[in-house]
Design a protein around this ligand. Sequence first.
Ligand SMILES: C[S@@+](CC[C@H](N)C(=O)[O-])C[C@H]1O[C@@H](n2cnc3c(N)ncnc32)[C@H](O)[C@@H]1O
Ligand code: SF4
Length: 354
Amino acid sequence: MLLSIRRLVNTCIINTFPLNLLPRKLFNLANFFIASKFERGSVDYLPISMDVEPTTACNFKCTMCAVSMPDFTAKNMNIETFKKAIDDNPQLLKIKLQGLGEVLTNKQFFDMVKYAKTKGIVCETTTNGSLLNSKNINLLRDSGMSRIMVSIDGATKSTFEEIRVQSNFKVVVDGARQLIKQCKKKFLRPQISAWCVLQNSNYHEIYEIFELCRDMGFDDLSYQIQLTSWGGQEYWLDANKSKQINFNAEQVQNDVEKLKSLARDKNFALHIYEGNALTFEKQCEWPFRTSHITADGSIVPCALISDPEVVTLGNINEESYSTIWQSKDYKEFRENIKNNKLDDYCKDCYLEYR
Ligand SMILES: C[S@@+](CC[C@H](N)C(=O)[O-])C[C@H]1O[C@@H](n2cnc3c(N)ncnc32)[C@H](O)[C@@H]1O
Ligand code: SF4
């Protein structure tokens, strides 16, 4: 509760919404709400939020991540592409600067945040925590971002480094502790969250990860249950299926209940995020609300696909964003979602196909 109030206050105060853009943002938001109350048909508004991928370059090779695929070629988004994405979308309320890759490896990352802030856009990001030196910590603290997530996939060196290949557990934990300490000196500061992708190889540390994140002073911890196969790519379907925990198993359900009660007792915010556990009744919302722009400017339907090689609906460097959002391909894609005529790259998210 306290966290939500602080987040709301911070979001409102940190983010000044330029007056000339405010009517446009509010008008678009109102249209979005009206459309979502009725049957989702013509989408005559633009997305209210977006994911923008600053880079696919990474200094880690996590076992479940698309960047670890053999022959993966890393790309950086340049600031011109980023500005085009933002300028085409004055209605945006929030962006998450995240995709594949480690955002802090892109030297223009903070220029991107700064630019988005001038357009009154709430910014969030996720980092692997490996580059949290004092310069980056100060820049993050003073960036005006609303939330910074740090990936904490283990509570011990061996588990963490087994999943996060090429990482150094101590560097990440020490860096995150410093980031939290520096941010907590300010009232108007980003929320600092821990994010853990639970899988077979770290499940045995589910309680230790909770304790570690609490001890480090994070504002909250999210456990993500589902591993994506990056648009149903055969390589990742095979590789990630074996890592996936069974959320419905009795032991897992018991642990989740115990953790929730522990979190209440210790007054620590815990979220259990089941991922895209979609069904034919509970359909995907992404194509009606948001988009994902990859480092090369491609528009892909969502972060769980991420890879423009799997599907792309256009490129921001070649067309205006609104042309792509209203294109025949995007409309057809939304119709398919509505009619449960799913393309293969969406099936991984639907329980009917698992
Ligand atoms: C792709 S990373 C990019 C940000 C940053 N490099 C990091 O690791 O936090 C964003 C998030 O996706 C998670 N992730 C990686 N592979 C995944 C998969 N196959 N399924 C679900 N989440 C995954 C990461 O653990 C991280 O929390
Ligand atoms: S640190 Fe993030 S982007 Fe890099 S390999 Fe791991 S999950 Fe992927």
